[in-house]
Design a protein around this ligand. Structure first.
Ligand code: ZN
Length: 481
């Protein structure tokens, strides 16, 4: 069935977990009690000043066609096949053809290689492996293998966007390599997303490079993704965005709450890899809500909340959930913008649990608890984001807010990108209390502009635009000369 055909959702219960819809937020803003100083919430939402209101980027025809190819039935088949390996624990057998992580690794490699065969040589698939010496949750030297599909960009091959899911799984005891650990939601669902996107993208030309990686060792401590990130770093590539899809298999919580048209995106504020000098700048002029990961999250909302995905992206302003972490952290540690997609409501009886029946309650991460229509929509979100990133110009480099003199206007500078279809730039700005960019000033093919607004009172950013209207994520300028 095509991804965009309507699917039976069943009633959505409204409970404490249901968050405000956009219209409810707008209503709340207009009835806010005016502050004695500064703008009211309503004024902040519609600030006076240069530019036009910021609007989402609508998917173009090419993107819509791509998303229509995403196939729910293939996604279901992948999740069920991965669960059928019994366990995919990192410490499980690697030489058994039917059970264990080795069998899963070989099957994923075979599938991705099959997709890549249709790419005319643009997509390559590799088994990327190393031996992890004994460490936390790794009692004996263990080979850890990522299965990595790379669609090489035609125009900017060194600019890279990465999507991962982890194919290892676990039971109740994180060191139990023998018991059944079907890992359907955690995280066959994320692997199914990247595999199906690999199939759909293999037949297309991308401007930037797209890496789709099934990583291992996540449950033992993010080992596979850490290795992937270090390999990319060593290769000198410019990773401008990364997303971990981890537990995106269901939208139903333990109390029955359903939110089948929302996905959470965890995005950190203060960067994991912030240097002392960057911290000092942030302490003096702000920017704790303007990390590269937050700009990436704003980009995701901009390009992926629309009729082509049928989804809302609930951005969460933290690195990950309490007591949890995922593979995006490996990329944050390398200083790259990254976030984690995860389902909106969780049922902990179906994660990290031995498969068992207790008082009539089924525990375990089984495919029967997955919602394959939901996983398909999360794949659409990832597809919209990846394609919009990879066809747009890169995020502007060297963005600077000029602070040589005290002035009541604002001068911004940046470096010109080298994409042949680059059309120019847009300056974006917002009230400092607003979460989203509010106004857009098209400034053309320049690398410096002065805006008649005080840099002391608002936040500024710069983004690139190509001739087709594809926009890059925003660069947040640093003070300089
Ligand atoms: Zn996981």
């Amino acid at each position: 069935m095509g991804a965009n055909e309507s699917t039976g959702e069943g009633p959505t219960r409204s409970t404490r977990r249901t968050f405000l819809s956009a219209s409810a937020v707008a209503t709340a803003a207009t009835v806010a009690v005016p502050l004695t100083t500064g703008p009211t919430a309503a004024q902040a939402a519609r600030p006076a000043g240069p530019g036009h209101p910021a609007r989402p980027q609508t998917p173009d025809r090419e993107l819509r066609a791509l998303l229509r190819e995403v196939d729910r039935d293939r996604i279901e088949a992948i999740v069920r096949r991965l669960a059928a390996f019994g366990t995919r624990h990192t410490l499980s057998r690697q030489d058994d053809p039917a059970r264990g992580i080795g069998a899963a690794r070989d099957w994923i490699f075979e599938q991705l290689s099959g997709y890549a065969a249709a790419s005319g040589g643009r997509m390559t698939v590799e088994l990327q492996s190393y031996v992890q010496e004994p460490a936390s949750r790794i009692p004996v030297a263990t080979r850890i293998t990522n299965v990595v599909a790379t669609l090489r960009g035609d125009v900017s091959p060194n600019r890279v966007y990465v999507v991962t899911g982890h194919y290892d799984s676990r039971a109740t005891d994180v060191m139990d390599a023998v018991s059944d650990a079907p890992g359907a939601d955690d995280d066959a669902s994320g692997v199914a997303v990247l595999m199906e996107l690999a199939r759909v993208l293999a037949t297309r030309r991308s401007e930037a490079t797209i890496v789709l990686a099934a990583v291992a060792g996540e449950e033992q401590g993010l080992y596979g993704s850490a290795y992937l990130a270090k390999q990319l770093k060593a290769a000198g590539v410019d990773v401008q965005g990364m997303f971990s899809n981890d537990i995106i298999g269901s939208s139903t919580a333990d109390d029955g709450t359903r939110d089948p048209r929302a996905v959470r995106l965890f995005a950190e504020g203060v960067p994991t890899a912030e240097t002392p000098a960057e911290a000092s700048t942030r302490q003096s002029v702000g920017g704790e809500n303007d990390s590269p990961s937050r700009q990436l999250a704003r980009f995701v909302s901009d390009v992926a909340e629309n009729g082509a995905t049928g989804m809302r992206v609930r951005v969460i302003y933290r690195r990950d959930r309490y007591l949890r972490g995922s593979d995006h952290i490996s990329f944050l540690r390398e200083g790259w913008p990254a976030g984690r997609f995860t389902e909106p409501n969780e049922d902990f009886a179906h994660q990290h649990q031995d498969v068992r029946l207790v008082d009539g309650v089924q525990y375990g991460d089984l495919p029967e608890f997955c919602d394959f229509d939901y996983i398909t929509r999360v794949a659409l979100v990832n597809g919209a984001v990846l394609w919009s990133l990879a066809q747009a110009p890169g995020t502007p480099k060297g963005a600077t807010i000029v602070t040589t003199n005290l002035t009541n206007d604002t001068t911004l500078r940046w470096q010109r990108g080298d994409e042949p279809d680059l059309a120019g730039y847009e300056v974006v700005w917002r009230e400092t209390t607003a979460a989203e960019w509010q106004r857009v000033i098209p400034v053309g093919a320049v690398t410096e502009v002065t805006v008649d607004l005080s840099k002391d009172n608002v936040f500024f950013g710069v983004r690139a635009v190509d001739r087709d209207g594809h926009r890059s994520p925003v660069a947040f300028p640093r003070p300089g000369s």
